[in-house]
Design a protein around this ligand. Structure first.
Ligand code: NDP
Length: 403
């Protein structure tokens, strides 16, 4: 039985709060605060309709640390679940430290003026959380999050060491729009327009964005082009598995998405530096995000499946030589919408955020300091994935990937 405070009221938050309200034996008292209270109220209304349970709502600017400290002190939760944007990670961590409460998020801190996707700023908080006897768990979404736990599960149960790792993220859903992103457009476009980076022989290898691609036949989706990208879990996976020779991340994009993005990039609409317009400074990408469809509105029209997983090759635990395993989850957009009113990209992030929170508030995962998912026992988390809507499968492949 525990009290939680969730920050942010987008698609991911909506799924997480619905799932928490379906598990009141773990989350007995749920509070939701965000910049726009109306969005919190809409989630609370939907939760009431779906589960019959109440969610208390508040308006907060999470970048205002004193206001956050007041809110946390008033509610006295055992955990603050940050499902706002990466820009708010550090102010929310500061507020947690001041109010003496543990912290969880799904995406690493981003400075507003640079697309970096690095853990260094949050790892620098380790000693402060440790000294305060508090825990901060970073990246409890799907990727990062489940992909990190999948990898560590393989390393616990199948492979002694991992030589190569490929993370394959496919969204085979169709939302019927010309161009829309499935999670926050600003963060999504910053991520895909950044140079690709993968880990090879102890160093980062950089290639231009969206240049290296492979075709892969995804179960429950079909063949798709997957592009090499940088993704933040590569940093923690390489740190906690120093034996890895090569770790790569691939994401699928349709031709229409690539064409739209290329045009937007060529005309300067994805820039994150300020531009003077009619005497006012605007950030082109923020303006673009404001005119694109909101991810939380895509649920009703999105059809198809997501398929996200990891292929790892390494020395088998049982001493039988080199083996390759593929571990993945397939999630239906329609089923996710029916259960929570949100499409599968929000669902596959919001459910692991709920599970990570459950691990922490029940003391199944514990520690003083700042932790990544790779540092925790994968088994109880994997069990909850099966029970709460993200079942996974593991199979042995004939050999390492050929791409
Ligand atoms: P949305 O843009 O739909 O929602 C973000 C929410 O945060 C909005 O409600 C927004 O408020 C709120 N917010 C923004 N700024 C502030 C602020 N200063 N104070 C309080 N609230 C604020 O995003 P998503 O739900 O799609 O994504 C949420 C998070 O999940 C992001 O950090 C994203 O990077 C991460 N993510 C992680 C994934 C993973 O697998 N690990 C995958 C997908 C997403 P308002 O309503 O006023 O705009």
């Amino acid at each position: 039985m525990s009290t939680v405070l969730v920050i942010g009221a987008g698609g991911v938050s909506s799924v997480c709060v619905h799932k928490m309200a379906m598990n009141t034996e773990i989350f007995s008292d749920i509070h939701l605060a965000s910049r726009t209270k109306r969005k919190c109220d809409a989630i609370a209304e939907s939760v009431k309709a779906h589960t019959g349970n109440d969610v208390a709502t508040y308006e907060i600017d999470a970048e205002e640390v004193p206001a956050m400290v007041n809110l946390i002190s008033k509610i006295q939760p055992s955990l603050v679940v940050n499902l706002a944007l990466p820009y708010q990670d550090l102010p929310i961590m500061d507020a947690c430290l001041e109010a003496g409460v543990s912290y969880l998020d799904t995406a690493n801190y981003e400075p507003k003026d640079e697309a970096k996707f690095e853990y260094k700023w949050q790892w620098a908080y380790h000693d402060r959380f440790k000294d305060a006897g508090l825990m901060a768990l970073l990246g409890s979404g799907f990727d990062p999050g489940v992909t990190s736990v999948f990898t560590m599960w393989l390393k616990k149960h199948k492979l002694k060491t991992i030589r190569t790792l490929d993370i394959l993220d496919c969204n085979g859903g169709d939302h019927g729009q010309h161009f829309a992103t499935n999670f926050n457009p600003e963060i999504n476009i910053r991520e895909v327009t950044a140079p690709a980076r993968h880990w090879e022989n102890g160093e980062w290898v950089e290639t231009p964005a969206m240049q290296v691609k492979t075709e892969f036949d995804f179960e429950a989706v079909g063949p798709k082009n997957a592009y090499l990208m940088y993704h933040e879990e590569l940093e923690s996976l390489a740190k906690f598995n120093p034996e890895i020779e090569r770790a790569r991340f691939w994401m699928t994009f349709g031709d229409a998405y690539i064409t739209h993005l290329t045009v937007l990039q060529n005309v300067g609409m994805t820039r994150i530096d300020p531009v003077k317009y009619q005497g006012k400074e605007i950030i082109p990408l923020q303006f673009l995000a404001a005119v694109l469809p909101k991810p939380e509105t895509l649920g009703e029209t999105t059809k198809g499946n997501t398929n996200i997983g990891c292929i790892a090759t390494g020395e088998a635990l049982d001493g039988s030589g080199e083996k390759t395993f593929y571990i993945k989850n397939i999630c239906s957009h329609e089923a996710a919408y029916k259960e929570t009113g949100n499409q599968a990209v929000s669902y596959t992030t919001g459910v692991p955020a709920m599970i990570g929170s459950a691990m922490m508030v029940q003391g199944i995962w514990s520690g003083d300091g700042v932790f990544n998912m790779e540092e925790m026992d994968p088994d109880p988390f994997m069990e909850m994935l099966n029970q709460h809507g993200l079942p996974w499968t593991v199979e042995e492949l004939d050999g390492p990937v050929s791409f």
